[in-house]
Design a protein around this ligand. Structure first.
Ligand SMILES: Cc1ncc(COP(=O)(O)O)c(C=O)c1O
Length: 389
C-alpha cells in the first residue's frame, strides 16, 4: 500500500471547482500582488485567530524577518531561540546581524524550555522566539511572564501551528507581541506556493509592519524607514481564503488520526503511553504528547507533524520506504551543530534534549484525507520492523 507522507493531490481534487474559480478570478482581475483578495484574507484570518491585525506576506521566513525588522532588532541584539527548529527561526536573526542565542527544548513538547530561556537572558536580549513546533503551543504563560519581568519582546514562530490553541482557548499567533505564520504548501493551511502572515494587536507595530512590507514608505517612492519587498501574491490570498473555510474540519480529522496512531502503537506493544521520554523494553518507540488535551480546548495540538522518537531510525526509514510508506526527519541537525553557527558563543553549550530529538525523531504520514486503512498499514509496518529486530 502506498502511504505518502503528504498527499496534496487529494486536497486539490476535493476543492478543485472552488480553487479553479478563484484562480481564474485573480487572472481576470489582473490585480496580482496584494489587492482585495489579500485584504479579505487578512480580515478573515485575523477574525479566525482572534487578533486585531494580520498582514499577508511572501513567506513564513519573511514574516519572521519582517517582525524582527519592525521591532528594530539589529546588530548586537540577542534573540533567544530554541536550538531545535526549522532553520528560518535562527536564520532571520542572523540576517539582521543580531545574535541568535540557543536554548534547549522540553523533552515532552519539543518546544522551548522556559527555564533555559531565563538562564540565557543578558542585557543584550531584545526578543525571545518560542516555536510552536509540530503544531503544539509552547509554554507561553511561563515564557510571557519571564519576558515581561525582563522587558523582552515575545515573537511567536507560529509557522507550524495555524489553528492550535493554548489551554486558555486563545490561538497560536495571539499569544505574544507579534507572530509569524507560514503557508508553504505542506503546512496545515497551504498556499499554491510561498506565502506567510504576520499578526499582532499593537497599532503602532502594525503600522511599521505594513510600511516595511513595501520598502518602508506610506507613499510610493517616499521612504520613512528601510523595509523590503514582502508582498503576498493575490493568488495566494484567493487560495488561502478558500482553504481557511476547511481548516477546522481538517484539524479535527488530523487530531483524530493522531489519536488513532497512538492507540494502535500502544496496542501493538511498542509503547505504554504518550509523552514518555526514555526508551526501554516496553517503549521501543516514544509517542508524542498533547499536553493541553485535558484543558477542554478543541485544537490543543494541530499535528502539523505526528512525531515519534524511535531507535534504529535509518533502518526503520529504509524498511518503511520498501513498503512505500513515507516518513520524515524534522530536524536532523540542531542549530548549535550547524556549520554557519559555529562562531556563536551559545553553540558551545550543551543541548542534550535537542541532540536526543535530532537523533530519534520520525514524522509519520498525517493529512486529513489519509484513510484509516493507510494509517493501520503504517503502524503494522513499524511493528513488523521491530518484531523482526
Ligand atoms: C518553525 C518554522 N519557522 C519558519 C518557517 C519558514 O516558513 P517558510 O518556509 O514559509 O519561509 C517554517 C517553515 O517551514 C517553520 O517550520
Amino acid at each position: 500500500m502506498n502511504v505518502p507522507i503528504l498527499d496534496l493531490q487529494q486536497q486539490y481534487a476535493a476543492l478543485k471547482p472552488e480553487l479553479d474559480a478563484a484562480l481564474l478570478r485573480v487572472a481576470e482581475s489582473q490585480v496580482l500582488a496584494l489587492g482585495p483578495e489579500v485584504e479579505a484574507f487578512e480580515q478573515e484570518i485575523a477574525d479566525y485567530l482572534g487578533v486585531k491585525h494580520a498582514l499577508g506576506v511572501s513567506s513564513g521566513t519573511d514574516a519572521l524577518l519582517l517582525a524582527l525588522m519592525a521591532l528594530g532588532v539589529g546588530p548586537g541584539d540577542e534573540v533567544i531561540v530554541p536550538t531545535f527548529s526549522f532553520f528560518a527561526t535562527a536564520g532571520v536573526v542572523s540576517r539582521l546581524n543580531a545574535v541568535p542565542v540557543f536554548v534547549d527544548i522540553d523533552p515532552v513538547t519539543f518546544c522551548m524550555d522556559p527555564e533555559q530561556f531565563r538562564a540565557k537572558i543578558s542585557d543584550k536580549t531584545k526578543a525571545v522566539m518560542p516555536v510552536h513546533l509540530y503544531g503544539q503551543v509552547a509554554a507561553m504563560r511561563e515564557i510571557n511572564a519571564i519576558a515581561a519581568e525582563h522587558g523582552i519582546t515575545v515573537v511567536e514562530d507560529a509557522a507550524q501551528s495555524i489553528g492550535a490553541m493554548y489551554d486558555d482557548g486563545r490561538r497560536a499567533g495571539a499569544l505574544g507581541k507579534v507572530a509569524g505564520f507560514s503557508f508553504y504548501p505542506t503546512k496545515n493551511l497551504g498556499a499554491f506556493g510561498d506565502a506567510g502572515l504576520v499578526t499582532c494587536d499593537d497599532d503602532d507595530l502594525y503600522y511599521m509592519l505594513k510600511i516595511m512590507r513595501i520598502h518602508g514608505g506610506e507613499q510610493r517612492y517616499v521612504h520613512r524607514v528601510v523595509g523590503g519587498n514582502f508582498r503576498m501574491d493575490a493568488l495566494q490570498g484567493a487560495v488561502l481564503r478558500i482553504k481557511l473555510q476547511h481548516l477546522d474540519a481538517w484539524t479535527d480529522r488530523v487530531i483524530e488520526l493522531a489519536g488513532m496512531y497512538s492507540q494502535l502503537i500502544i496496542k501493538a506493544g511498542l509503547a505504554e503511553e504518550e509523552g514518555l521520554t526514555d526508551f526501554d523494553a516496553n517503549n521501543r518507540v516514544l509517542l508524542p504528547a498533547a499536553v493541553h488535551r485535558d484543558s477542554g480546548v478543541r485544537h490543543f495540538h494541530v499535528y502539523h507533524q505526528y512525531v515519534l522518537r524511535v531507535q534504529q531510525r535509518d533502518e526503520l526509514i529504509g524498511f518503511l520506504r520498501e513498503r512505500s510508506v513515507g516518513a520524515g526527519v524534522y530536524y536532523p541537525i540542531p542549530f548549535h551543530r550547524q556549520e554557519c553557527f559555529q562562531d556563536l558563543p551559545s553553540s558551545r553549550d550543551a543541548y542534550p534534549v535537542s541532540d536526543h530529538a535530532a537523533e530519534h525523531v520520525l514524522a509519520l504520514p498525517i493529512y486529513p484525507e489519509m484513510s484509516e486503512e493507510q494509517l493501520r498499514f503504517v503502524v503494522d509496518s513499524i511493528a513488523a520492523f521491530y518484531d523482526r529486530a
